[in-house]
Write a protein that binds this ligand. Structure first.
Ligand SMILES: Cc1ncc(COP(=O)(O)O)c(C=O)c1O
Length: 366
């Protein structure tokens, strides 16, 4: 008998049977009334998750990186200053995209595992032209750092009133509270494959009124599929065509959102915190310690240093043989530790299975 491998990487995450069943439904017309109703429910659900009453929600085929690119190309022009607060590999991606689009990235490079210092951010913002955009990441999946979104957005707003604030929620949305309106964030982007518990393939963006007027002021931009203006009519009336929707993935996201709201948001976020604590306690007993500053630990994943003498590749291969898949570290931490995702549908029982698999491998090599 074979058991389904348990995916404890920080995305993609396990997908519930009800969501997989939605994926297997007959394909619908992308401009028909059923798909339009699904899209409207997705827009409402995403607004609830990101904490916005009035954001315009875009959802199209593509990965999280497409949502990042759309967030940048629609709200700044070549030559504009783009301030990036980078907590790791995915913060750096904002810098790369802005550079590739001919903008002038200006980076607050935070030491891996630490949270951005607000005074340093204020200094960067005030030193130079006002930035068109400020980008940061809610949870950087490489360093495990949970940003202080309220403080970061407040620092930006105080120093650069007109900046469009872009927040990457790829490793956060659906697993932790987000409050786009209260924080005064303008673009909250995310993907389907992490705490939303849907297979990869959807790019999502919630866009504020400030960001929409920035987009209008820019006129023509160097993008076509990623040009949010070209999508606007089909966002407002999803029976209108711009480009063919990934109808089956939309159904899966609709089904997952139903399950998310049926669980209840406070209950879901609390479960994430419980499972995170369980993973850290259990792995801690085996000698794994967070590489991330304790003050910045995210509830959606743990980035853990290996115990003395343990080998990254051997540990992960041994766990995979026992049916549990975890990830290695990236960048400067590659080889030093492992990353365990605990977001989406992940339960205490699955956390226990993960800890048991690690214990069994370490025991086998002791
Ligand atoms: C925080 C964060 N942002 C952006 C991305 C990029 O998303 P994708 O791999 O779907 O392009 C990822 C992917 O893991 C991520 O973790």
């Amino acid at each position: 008998m074979t058991t389904t491998p348990l995916l404890m990487i920080p995305g993609p995450t396990p997908v519930a049977p009800g969501v997989l069943a939605a994926l297997a439904e007959p394909v619908r017309s992308h401009t028909g009334p059923e798909n339009a109703a699904t899209m409207i429910r997705i827009q409402e659900g995403i607004r609830r998750l990101v904490g916005s009453a009035g954001a315009r929600v875009h959802c199209f085929a593509g990965a999280g990186t497409l949502a990042m690119e759309a967030a940048i190309v629609n709200h700044a022009a070549p030559g504009d200053r783009v301030v990036v607060v980078s907590h790791g590999y995915f913060g750096d991606r904002f810098t790369e995209i802005a550079g590739a689009l001919g903008m002038r990235p200006d980076v607050l490079q935070v030491e891996w595992g630490q949270r951005a210092d607000q005074d340093a951010l204020r200094g960067l913002l005030e030193n130079g032209n006002p930035p068109a955009l400020v980008c940061f990441t809610h949870v950087d999946t490489s360093s495990g750092v949970l940003a202080d979104c309220a403080a970061t957005a407040a620092t930006v707003r105080a120093a650069a009133t007109d900046a469009v604030i872009v927040l990457d929620g790829v490793c956060a949305t659906g697993g932790i509270e987000e409050a786009m309106d209260d924080w005064d964030v303008d673009v909250l982007l995310t993907g389907a494959q992490k705490a939303l518990s849907v297979p990869p393939g959807l790019a999502l963006l919630a866009i504020s009124a400030r960001a929409r007027s920035r987009r209008s002021a820019l006129g023509d931009i160097r993008a076509y599929y990623a040009d949010l203006h070209r999508w606007d009519a089909s966002v407002d009336d999803p029976r209108k065509y711009f480009s063919t929707h990934s109808v089956s993935l939309l159904r899966a996201l609709e089904a997952s959102l139903e399950a998310i709201f049926a669980e209840g948001l406070p209950e879901r976020y609390e479960r994430h915190r419980r499972v995170a604590a369980m993973i850290r306690d259990g792995m801690g007993e085996l000698g794994f310690e967070p590489l991330t500053d304790p003050a910045a630990l995210a509830p959606t994943l743990s980035v853990l240093a290996l115990p003395d003498g343990a080998d990254d590749a051997r540990l992960r291969a041994g766990m995979a043989e026992r049916g549990v898949v975890i990830a290695g570290c990236l960048g400067p931490w590659a080889g030093r530790g492992v990353r365990i995702g605990h977001m989406g549908t992940v339960t205490e029982a699955q956390a226990a299975r993960t800890i048991d698999a690690a214990a069994a491998v370490l025991g086998a090599h002791a």
